[in-house]
Design a protein around this ligand. Structure first.
Ligand SMILES: Cc1cc2nc3c(=O)[nH]c(=O)nc-3n(C[C@H](O)[C@H](O)[C@H](O)COP(=O)(O)OP(=O)(O)OC[C@H]3O[C@@H](n4cnc5c(N)ncnc54)[C@H](O)[C@@H]3O)c2cc1C
Length: 431
């Protein structure tokens, strides 16, 4: 037991004794359990907070590589200039106020037998249950000529919000009038299915005002995408989509949109049918679970299989994998999905600590996309769980996409819903 852990244990035990003396039900003296959460993003923060809310006797430690969380959701607005990166960055003091011990460090291994998480700094954290929500990693060998170094310096992916988002914004700002922005969208599954198309819209929104002759081309590794009909409606209304002068062009995989290679010196993308040269190139690489999922033997292929009733790993008992890293279809890889899964996993962990079997869950997801200043669209679903097939499926009639050809008033309202959803989800996960 490290010093840090010993202190946590003593503090949590002291808390349990104090509350136990007051006669609060459900607490057993000296029975404080330890949960270690790896990854302080949406899934990890929500799980840590709700574990403490459900059972304040738990000693919950969150291990996160970075000192603060920068949200990817809403980061496309940085590209239109509507938002700063600062407005997306949040510290962990809110979680500390909930009694979560926040440790800055990188988990490099998990021993499911000894029930220990190891960090790069050499610390070891013992657990009774472990939650892993590390987000995605990138398949750097998928596109020839594209690697982490090129992404940091020249052709940002900006699929984690941070310095690359700012680099992409600077590149768009300094692009000449009439310039060409290319976005290469990845194959399924990937984090935030509507994200590349919202990104194209946000860049077009900026260009419409500042570089009206610019073009934005989406080269897609797929033949269809999330909320496609609604996006195209917005693009037609706002950016001339479907006309010769359209600011946005979408090239499906079947039409030659899948790319194989990048020449970073000329910002040229080599496709199966033709090459594309851009003034600004944004490649969103194919994705897989974050590195710790591989190091901890939690993956089967690219993602982590789970019991979808609890989000416990199918590969190692006592470890719960949430969010983007998990195989949770039909739920998308989204912030709202990670938030919903985290509450289910937290409830399951607490139930099991109390010797009970968790109930069958329901999940929820809503995803807003901002296509123009006053043009928002959304998709929503409530999901049920089928224990016979271990599947999560939308409950019929529970959601759907926002209506086609809605009134300007509805479209405008969806933009304000998007902004208020953002505040609510941040609040729910870490305040
Ligand atoms: C441009 C863009 C727009 C988006 N818009 C939306 C939207 O509008 N709505 C929506 O619902 N979703 C949206 N998303 C998706 C959303 O951001 C993710 O689905 C969500 O963040 C997933 O949560 P997570 O917990 O799985 O991972 P993340 O939130 O990515 O958190 C993972 C955390 O784990 C940490 N970590 C990783 N490995 C380790 C380790 N070994 N040790 C310690 N810490 C580690 C990372 O530093 C990170 O803080 C968007 C994504 C992008 C890229």
């Amino acid at each position: 037991m490290t010093d840090m852990k010993r202190r946590t244990f003593i503090r949590a035990t002291a808390g349990a004794v104090a509350l136990g003396t007051l006669g609060i039900p459900g607490l057993v003296l000296g029975a404080s359990r330890r949960v270690v959460v790896v990854g302080g993003g949406v899934g990890g923060c929500t799980a840590a907070k709700y574990l403490r809310k459900l059972d304040p006797s738990l000693a919950v430690t969150l291990i996160e590589s970075k000192p603060a969380y920068t949200s990817c959701f809403m980061s496309n607005e940085v590209l239109s200039g509507d938002r700063t990166l600062q407005s997306l960055t949040f510290g962990y003091d809110g979680l500390r106020r909930h009694g979560v011990e926040v440790v800055q460090g990188t988990a490099v291994g998990i021993d499911p037998e000894k029930k220990q998480v190891q960090t790069a700094a050499g610390d070891t954290f013992g657990y009774d249950a472990c939650v892993v929500s590390p987000g995605v990693g990138f398949k750097w060998d998928a596109i020839e000529g594209y690697d982490e170094k090129v992404a940091n310096a020249l052709v940002p992916h900006a699929w984690y919000a941070g310095p690359q988002t700012q680099l992409l914004r600077r590149q768009i700002e300094s692009m000449p009038e009439g310039g060409h922005v290319i976005i290469a969208a990845p194959p399924n599954p990937f984090k935030c299915p509507p994200g590349p198309y919202e990104r194209a819209s946000q860049i077009a929104m900026y260009c419409k005002h500042h570089k009206p002759r610019a073009k934005v081309t989406i080269l897609d590794a797929k033949d269809a995408f999330s909320k496609q009909g609604l996006y195209m409606e917005g693009w037609r209304k706002l950016y001339g989509y479907g006309t010769e002068d359209s600011m946005i062009q979408w090239i499906s995989a079947a039409a030659g949109g899948a790319i194989e290679e990048l020449d970073p010196s000329t910002r040229t993308l080599v496709g199966l049918v033709e090459d594309f040269q851009g003034d600004v190139v944004n490649i969103i690489p194919p994705q897989k679970a974050g590195a710790i999922a591989f190091a901890a033997d939690l993956v089967d292929g690219d993602w982590c299989p789970v019991d979808k009733r609890t989000f416990e790993s199918s590969r190692h008992k006592g470890i719960y994998v949430l969010g983007d890293a998990s195989s949770a279809a039909a739920m998308p890889k989204s912030a709202y999905a990670a938030n919903s899964q985290a509450k289910v996993a937290a409830a399951a962990i607490v139930a099991r600590f109390q010797g009970k079997e968790p109930d069958d869950p329901t999940f929820v997801n809503t995803c807003y996309s901002i296509v123009g200043e006053a043009f928002g669209i959304s998709v929503a679903a409530v999901y049920g769980f089928d224990s016979h097939t271990n599947t999560i499926t939308p409950i019929p009639g529970s959601g759907g996409v926002s209506p086609a050809n809605a009134s300007p008033e509805i479209r405008k309202r969806e933009v304000s819903y998007a902004h208020s959803w953002f505040k609510n989800v941040i609040n729910d996960m870490m305040e």
